[in-house]
Design a protein around this ligand. Structure first.
Ligand code: 4GY
Length: 252
């Protein structure tokens, strides 16, 4: 997959992508990430990318000409018809389902704004979709672009080993993760749950699913309400809710 990021701070992108799973995805050629700096598309001596907002008010707005020129330069390196996404708090929420959609594309452009944002006409002319990573305000689109690249990269074929399939991730099943433990067996007086030492893999799988269902129900009921769960997960959830209705408010 090829991704191009339009950003005033290319080293923020290239620097962060050198590490871990994403770094290896790039090294192995399964992912390629390029950058395009709108400042390289200015013509004045000061290389000006921002200007005052029409209508007044605080802050500056990204000038349209360098932004659109950078978007066009980045588009020329991507496969025809690649999706052009801008990161902003005004966008549709980024989810694991959207990560899966984007991971199926051959080419993707991510446009990161700064200041108060881009001139709306650049969005009209050069952007297909606006995506938000959550309801909080950041000072630029680079961190959201990195979050999106990370979530997408680990879904690309061959990026996670067989032993760490992304299919196995809790969120793929619509549930939060279960608790994890490693050695030692007792740490600061706290024991690893006995079932995990039992060697009974069927019991371990059942325990993990029960933990995932319980944590999701306790912490994020919105994730399971009105959603189809795998039958065993649904059965566990029904048990929890029945116990609650009986006045058993054990939150352990
Ligand atoms: N939240 N999710 C977000 C954001 C702020 C461009 C400068 C978010 O995606 N982006 O908070 N972006 C940026 C947007 C102009 C401020």
């Amino acid at each position: 997959m090829q991704i191009e990021v339009v950003t005033l701070f290319p080293p923020m992108i290239t620097g962060a992508l050198r590490f871990g799973v994403v770094g290896r995805a790039i090294e192995s050629g399964r992912l390629a990430v390029g950058t395009e700096d709108p400042r390289d598309h200015t013509r004045d001596v000061h290389r000006t990318v921002d200007d005052r907002p029409y209508g007044g008010g605080p802050g500056m707005v990204l000038k349209p000409e360098p932004m659109l020129a950078a978007i066009r330069a980045a588009a020329a390196r991507l496969p025809e018809g690649s999706l052009r996404v801008c990161l902003s708090a005004q966008g549709e929420r980024f989810t694991q389902a959207r990560a899966r959609e984007l991971a199926a594309l051959a080419g993707l452009m991510l446009v990161a704004g700064r200041y108060e944002g881009m001139d709306e006409r650049v969005i009209e002319l050069g952007i297909d979709r606006e995506i938000s990573i959550g309801d909080y305000v950041l000072s630029g689109g680079e961190l959201p672009a990195l979050a999106l690249i990370d979530a997408v990269a680990r879904l690309l074929p061959g990026v996670l080993g067989d032993e760490r399939s992304s299919e196995f991730d809790s969120f793929s099943q619509g549930l939060l993760d279960w608790p994890h433990y490693t050695r030692p067996e007792v740490f600061e007086g706290l024991e690893v749950p006995k079932v995990l030492l039992s060697g009974n893999h069927a019991d371990i799988e059942r325990w993990r699913l029960a933990q995932a269902v319980r944590r999701t129900w306790q912490r994020r009921p919105d994730l399971v309400l009105g959603q189809v769960l795998p039958p065993e997960a649904q059965r566990l959830l029904n048990e929890l809710r029945a116990a609650e209705a009986d006045g058993d408010d054990d939150r352990g």
